[in-house]
Design a protein around this ligand. Structure first.
Ligand code: C5P
Length: 223
C-alpha cells in the first residue's frame, strides 16, 4: 500500500485525538497529536517559572527545548528535554494558557517545522488546528471535525475522568472550550479554519466508530 497523509483539524474536544489514533491504527500509520506539542511548550514555560505573557522569553525557550513524541500504547508519549510530561501536559494550568502560547509566531514556526519533518515520509495521521491549511496543505485526505460545544465538553470531561487527570468541572470545561475556540479562531497566525478541500464531519450525534468508518471510507480509493 502506498503511504499518504491524513490531516484532521477541528476545535477542542471534537474527538480528533481518539479518532486520529484509531484511524492510524487501522491503516498502520503513525499518529501525531500536535496539540500535545503546544501543551509541551506551555508546560516548559511554567516549569521554568516564566509567565505565558513573556513572549520574547517564550520564543527563546522554544528554540532551545527538545520535544519528542513517542508512539505508545493508547496514544503518544511526550518528552521535554528527556522528561516524560505525558500526564502533566493535560493539567488545568497548561490547558488554561496553551492557546496564548500557541498564538506566538516563534512557537508556531518552530513546531510547524518539526511537524512538517514528521510528515515527509508519509503514512501520518496528524491532528490539530492548522494541519490541513498550513502544516500539510498537500495532505491526500483532509477532515474538519466538529461537534456542539456541550457535546465536546461532555466528551472531554469523560476522557479526563477516565485518565484520572480531571480537575475541572463540566461547566468549567465548557467555558474553557468556548474560550479556546474563540482564541484559536481569532488569532492572527494560522487560525482554526476548515481548509477549502477538507471534508466537514459533525460528530455531535455520531459515535467514534462511525466517524472512524467514514474517514476509512475516504481512504478506500487510496489503498
Ligand atoms: O488539541 P488540544 O486541545 O490538546 O490543543 C491544545 C491547544 O493547542 C489548542 O487549544 C490550540 O490553542 C493549540 N493548537 C494549535 N495548533 C495545533 C494544535 C493545537 O494552535 N495544530
Amino acid at each position: 500500500m502506498d503511504k499518504f497523509n491524513i490531516a484532521i483539524d477541528g476545535p477542542a474536544g471534537a474527538g480528533k485525538s481518539t479518532i486520529a489514533r484509531l484511524v492510524a491504527g487501522a491503516l498502520g500509520f503513525v499518529y501525531v497529536d500536535t496539540g500535545a506539542m503546544y501543551r509541551a511548550v506551555t508546560w516548559k514555560v511554567q516549569h521554568e517559572g516564566l509567565l505565558p505573557e513573556q513572549e520574547d522569553e517564550v520564543a527563546k525557550l522554544v528554540n532551545r527545548m527538545d520535544i519528542k513524541l513517542i508512539p505508545g500504547e493508547g496514544g503518544q508519549q511526550v518528552f521535554v528535554d528527556g522528561t516524560d510530561v505525558t500526564k502533566e501536559i493535560r493539567s488545568a494550568a497548561v490547558t488554561t494558557h496553551v492557546s496564548l502560547i500557541a498564538s506566538y509566531a516563534a512557537v508556531r514556526q518552530s513546531l510547524v517545522a518539526l511537524q512538517q519533518q514528521m510528515t515527509k515520509s508519509k503514512g501520518v495521521v496528524m491532528d490539530g488546528r492548522d494541519i490541513g491549511t498550513h502544516v500539510i496543505p498537500d495532505a491526500e485526505i483532509k477532515v474538519f471535525l466538529t461537534a456542539s460545544v456541550s457535546k465536546r465538553a461532555e466528551r472531554r470531561f469523560k476522557e479526563l475522568q477516565e485518565s484520572g487527570t480531571g480537575t475541572m468541572t463540566l461547566s468549567e470545561l465548557e467555558q474553557d472550550i468556548a474560550r479556546r475556540d474563540q482564541l484559536d479562531e481569532a488569532r492572527e497566525i494560522s487560525p482554526l479554519r476548515r481548509a477549502h478541500d477538507a471534508v466537514l464531519m459533525d460528530s455531535t450525534s455520531m459515535t467514534i466508530e462511525e466517524v472512524v468508518e467514514e474517514i476509512l471510507g475516504l481512504c478506500k480509493d487510496k489503498v
